[in-house]
Write a protein that binds this ligand. Structure first.
Ligand code: SF4
Length: 305
């Protein structure tokens, strides 16, 4: 799933760096109860990935672009990553191109780890650390910490365990777009405070602990903005359309298809009011929970400053 973003600065006029999000598949081998994504079989073909990259780099020929490999579980489509990554790297080398892949880590077998070790420029976002030795052998990774409402009271304990195992790059992902009870929100607030204290103490001792939430930003919580391409080549300005609550927005936000480049309407991405779309799509209490969770995350980030 996607890395965290804060909701509050929606109107502050920031410009997001160009990002290509290749949604390699909507399939996943897990069924996390808090997962917002609509799952389906099938995966992106190499032709689609290649065409998407060509279109993206034609529109963004400069430096500092990011390519993200997403799912579902993108490791189910490792074959496509293996095929497209060397081509992108060789063609755009020297342009500060960054790669990310977000994985639940359950499919990180020896061959997948070897692949990631060969490409240290890929930052791997790992959700859950089932096998710390495997994860620690990756050259460039951070740990995503999903926080479902019923486990918010365990967050501090979990963060302490990760830090004790030598993990130094973290990204906090409280479950958005769900109903949170007030006791769960209180637990989240308390355990964010505990976690901030743990991190601050280690930083004072000179340990370099990176919290991705301190630098990540997007106009919607959780989802990625940029040139988002689905497995069949359809282009959207944001991957929230792949979530259950927002899937009815697909036809409204679809810009076109990478295989029919003449008919892509890029201007449809302009002036989309995500705050209004989210408010209209969510039940009232879920919307309120989403704001409350985001407020707690924002305070946590502020406490780290
Ligand atoms: S691993 Fe990610 S995509 Fe798969 S079910 Fe869990 S949250 Fe959803």
């Amino acid at each position: 799933m996607a890395p965290m973003a804060l909701m509050a600065p929606m109107a502050n006029g920031r410009i997001l760096p160009p990002k290509l999000v290749l949604t390699l598949t909507h399939a996943c081998n897990l069924r996390c109860p808090y997962c917002p994504l609509v799952k389906s079989a099938g995966s992106m073909k190499l032709e689609v990935a290649q065409r998407a990259a060509e279109l993206f780099f034609a529109r963004h020929p400069g430096h500092g672009n990011t390519v993200k490999f997403f799912g579902g579980e993108p490791m189910l489509s490792l074959r496509i990553m293996r095929a497209i990554l060397p081509r992108l790297r060789d063609r755009y080398v020297g342009k500060g191109l960054k790669f990310f892949v977000s994985t639940n880590a359950t499919l990180l077998n020896r061959s997948a780890v070897r692949f990631l070790q060969r490409y240290p420029e890929i930052e791997t976002a790992v959700s859950g650390v089932l096998e710390p030795r495997t994860v620690l052998s990756l050259p460039n990774f951070h740990v995503n910490i999903p926080i479902p409402p019923h486990l918010a009271h365990k967050l501090g304990e979990y963060v302490a365990r990760l830090l004790a195992r030598g993990i130094r790059r973290l990204n906090f992902l409280p479950a958005y777009y769900l109903r949170w009870e007030s006791s769960q929100l209180k637990a989240l607030e308390r355990d964010f405070r505990v976690s901030a204290g743990l991190i601050a103490r280690r930083r004072r001792r000179g340990e370099a602990i990176e919290v991705k939430n301190e630098t990540n930003w997007a106009p919607t919580p959780l989802y990625n903005h940029g040139m988002v391409v689905g497995p069949e080549g359809d282009i959207y300005p944001c991957n929230l359309v792949f979530a259950e609550h927002f899937s009815h927005l697909r036809s409204r936000l679809r810009l076109g298809n990478v295989l029919e480049s003449d008919s892509i309407d890029w201007s449809r991405a302009d002036d989309v009011r995500y705050d209004a779309l989210i408010r209209d799509a969510l039940p009232r209490d879920v919307y309120r929970s989403t704001y409350a969770v985001d407020r707690h995350l924002t305070r946590f980030v502020e406490a780290l400053a």
